[in-house]
Design a protein around this ligand. Structure first.
Ligand SMILES: Nc1ncnc2c1ncn2[C@@H]1O[C@H](COP(=O)(O)OP(=O)(O)OP(=O)(O)O)[C@@H](O)[C@H]1O
Ligand SMILES: [Mg+2]
Length: 339
């Protein structure tokens, strides 16, 4: 019997785990709730449900910040809890772990992902690292081993990773601190400034997501919040164009960074990038008009995909299951992919 395996995309907002035993991808919030300083109270979506609502003795936090591990102990607890949940049925004798990491972080930060799994008490037999953008490309059904000049832009929660892939490697990569969370903050700030209204982060995210839904309201979106002047809870209709305008600064920063990478791309790859267009992934790829804005800013075609939140985990699944792609994962000892 071949050994079982997990493919883990540790996002700052969502953790996605591909489980080789049943071929499914689990997705939950990457959050932890600790009660009375030391005791685990909830994790994942259950912790998120309490976020912004819990009393002072419950600390709720994201263990990852800006794509790197901010609290290793919390992250281990969350990971261990999910692996326990996934392995409850049947006997678990350990598994191989494939974890995706951003390219543009330090070797020490990369190593922390390895240490995390090694020390999380999840019976890891083998720990393999995969560059996140490589997994993203595979999840998009691109043969990253043979393709040249592929640009992938993954817009997540805390970060956006812009990468140029070619022949199984990453030619250029930049991780910027802009993503869904910044969009939510921008909406909150605009609503406070224009309407003297304080709304929570969850409300801002709901507004953002309903804006990008197919049947988005034309004129405005109703929100509930607290009026700064009266201090009372109120209901207000926020015009959609105010919401859209509030996002400009952040979307522009993504576009500027894409251009910066394009300017640095070796000319031999530029033709391929032009032909393929840009591939947009990550949960925030669904943000209304983001594809159109990037297209307008770069003059390149922008490709969207059905389930942009899961492409990295789907790519990890392919690395686990397809012999051809397995060499794209590497062990930390060497710290560089053997191709
Ligand atoms: N329909 C939608 N429209 C706009 N944003 C969306 C939509 N659906 C999800 N999002 C946003 O996607 C983000 C989460 O995406 P994802 O899971 O890819 O991030 P992550 O992997 O956790 O973060 P990172 O890659 O930055 O570490 C959240 O900010 C969420 O609000
Ligand atoms: Mg991500």
């Amino acid at each position: 019997m071949s050994s079982s395996a997990f493919g883990i995309d540790l996002g700052t907002g969502n953790i996605k785990i591909y489980n080789d035993m049943d071929g499914t991808i689990m997705r939950e919030k990457n959050m932890i709730a600790i009660i009375n300083k030391t005791t685990l109270f909830a994790y994942g979506d259950a912790a998120f449900d309490m976020y912004e609502k819990a009393p002072g003795n419950i600390r709720i936090s994201y263990p990852l910040t800006n794509g790197v591990i901010a609290d290793i102990k919390d992250m281990q607890t969350v990971l261990r809890s999910f692996v326990n949940d996934l392995t409850q049925k049947g006997k678990y004798n350990g598994a191989d772990f494939y974890i995706s990491v951003p390219k543009d972080i330090t070797e020490v930060e990369k190593r922390a992902f390895y240490d995390l799994i090694r020390d999380a008490n999840v019976k890891a037999k083998k720990i393999m690292i995969v560059e996140k953008a490589i997994a993203d490309g595979l999840g998009l059904d691109i043969n990253v081993k043979t393709s040249q000049g592929v640009m992938v832009v993954n817009v997540g929660f805390d970060t956006t990773e812009i990468s140029i892939l070619s022949l199984g490697g990453i030619v250029l990569s930049k991780l910027i601190k802009t993503g869904g969370q910044k969009f939510d903050e921008a909406i909150r700030n605009a609503v406070r400034k224009e309407y003297n209204l304080i709304i929570g982060g969850k409300t801002a995210e709901k507004v953002k997501i309903s804006l990008s839904s197919e049947n988005a309201p034309e004129d405005g979106i109703i929100v509930y919040g607290r009026d700064i002047v009266t201090g009372l809870p109120v209901e207000r209709k926020i015009p959609t164009d105010l919401i859209e305008t509030s996002l400009n600064e952040n979307t522009n920063s993504i576009i500027d960074n894409i251009k910066l990478i394009l300017e640095r791309t070796p000319p031999e790859l530029a033709a391929d990038i032009y032909r393929h267009g840009i591939y947009l992934t990550g949960g925030s790829a669904s943000l209304r008009n983001l594809d159109r804005l990037i297209n307008r800013g770069t003059n390149l075609k922008v490709n969207l995909t059905e389930d942009p939140i899961s492409t990295v985990a789907t790519g990890l699944a392919r690395i686990i299951n397809e012999d051809e792609f397995r060499p794209l994962a590497y062990s930390i000892e060497g710290m560089s992919p053997h191709r």
